[in-house]
Design a protein around this ligand. Sequence first.
Ligand code: SF4
Length: 274
Amino acid sequence: MNQKHKDNVSDPEPVQGKTFSLFAGHQTTDIYYQEVKFIVDQWLQDNSPPEELLRSIRQIKNPGKSAFGFRRWKQFREKHKSHLQKLEKILSPYLTDVESHLKSLSLTQRFDRTLRTSRQQYLLYMIEIELVNRLNAAEFKSAKSKLAFLPHCLRDLRKACKAQPDDLDYQCRRCSKSCFIRHCSEMLEKFNIRPYIWMQVDLRRLLRHLNHEQQSTAVLGIACIPELVNGMRLCARYQTPVIGIPLNANRCGRWMGKFFDNSINMKALQTLLE
Ligand code: SF4
């Protein structure tokens, strides 16, 4: 029997997101992580150092759509043609119908850069997350203090969440045995990382403060792909070492109109921390 139990956090049932799902028809998201690793390994073998590749990816604004970034995108596309073809072939099954989603956006929603993420951006963001994790792993581990921000959509939606705020943000009170936030929090604490449910903290202000005080603090983020990349870029701007992993799909109210159960790959989280 291939039916997975809904409460099994180490082997969650497949979920479909508005624009992506890391399951892509498989029963696990392990394959996604293997494929991203494979693409990045090959890309780095043939081309520039990881810092340079990351810088080039970040310089591309909205490839194929934005006139502003078009010239850079063209140069990048010519230089990395074979890897971009591989990227498209291997990772596009992880995207759901991005085009229909983009067409359905209202005028106001089109100003939301997360919601208007293009197909090509998703693919490059997957690579960007892997590159950032590789480049920041050592600095993250050696930071004196480590904070993690988890999305509240990962909580057990069947429970009345008992999380409480402390001086920074909300912390899990372990009210449900089958809650991803609870399991992530327990794992993160074993690695001396303070886990928070991201509800109220102004991340930009926090990073500015940490940077100003020259505190040795690192951040771990869990979010949907575009939000995770936005957060990682913000951390980079304030010289804060950051690592993170994406949610298995984008299923919160912002994308779907209401909240649906979501998950992350707990093995990928553990591998990242080890
Ligand atoms: S286990 Fe934690 S995050 Fe999950 S519902 Fe309970 S208090 Fe909220």
